[in-house]
Design a binder for this molecule. Structure first.
Ligand SMILES: Nc1nc2c(c(=O)[nH]1)N=C([C@H](O)[C@H](O)COP(=O)(O)OP(=O)(O)OP(=O)(O)O)CN2
Ligand SMILES: [Zn+2]
Length: 121
């Protein structure tokens, strides 16, 4: 199995619901998000690629137009704007266009990340 990944970054605001009143993440705040798309394939194409990294510019275009400098609560509603929910939403958006996609990772901070990977496809 061959695996590749590519990172994309954007800045956005959000607040989380369902947390204790004194939880800091209940308040509107922002992150410099990093999204990593993970692709895999048993075979390489004739260029020797799982997929050309430059073909992943569709991810950058989506992030730049739909997520960057926005409030993620507006985009993920009625779901909570957690990193987990964002990772699954992005997986569902890109899987039809990137068949080799097997997981999406979202980091809100350099120390945290959430990964959505379907159990079986
Ligand atoms: N499982 C999850 N837990 C939390 C999420 C999430 O999306 N999934 N999100 C948040 C907050 O939005 C935010 O990311 C705070 O995270 P935290 O690691 O607490 O960030 P800090 O920089 O404040 O943490 P330090 O301990 O100061 O490094 C909360 N939880
Ligand atoms: Zn947050």
């Amino acid at each position: 199995m061959y695996k590749i990944s590519k990172e994309f970054s954007f800045s956005a605001a959000h607040s989380l619901f369902g947390l204790p009143d004194d939880h800091p993440c209940s308040r509107l705040h922002g992150h410099n998000y990093v999204v990593t798309v993970h692709l895999r394939s048993k075979e390489l194409n004739r260029q020797g690629f799982v997929r050309d990294y430059t073909e992943l510019k569709i991810v950058k275009e989506y992030i730049d137009t739909r997520l960057d400098h926005r409030n993620l609560n507006d985009i993920l509603s009625p779901l909570n704007s957690s990193a987990e929910n964002l990772a699954k939403m992005l997986y569902d958006v890109f899987k039809p266009r990137i068949p080799e996609l097997y997981a999406v990772e979202v980091s809100e901070t350099p120390k945290t990340s959430a990964i959505y990977e379907p159990e079986c496809e």
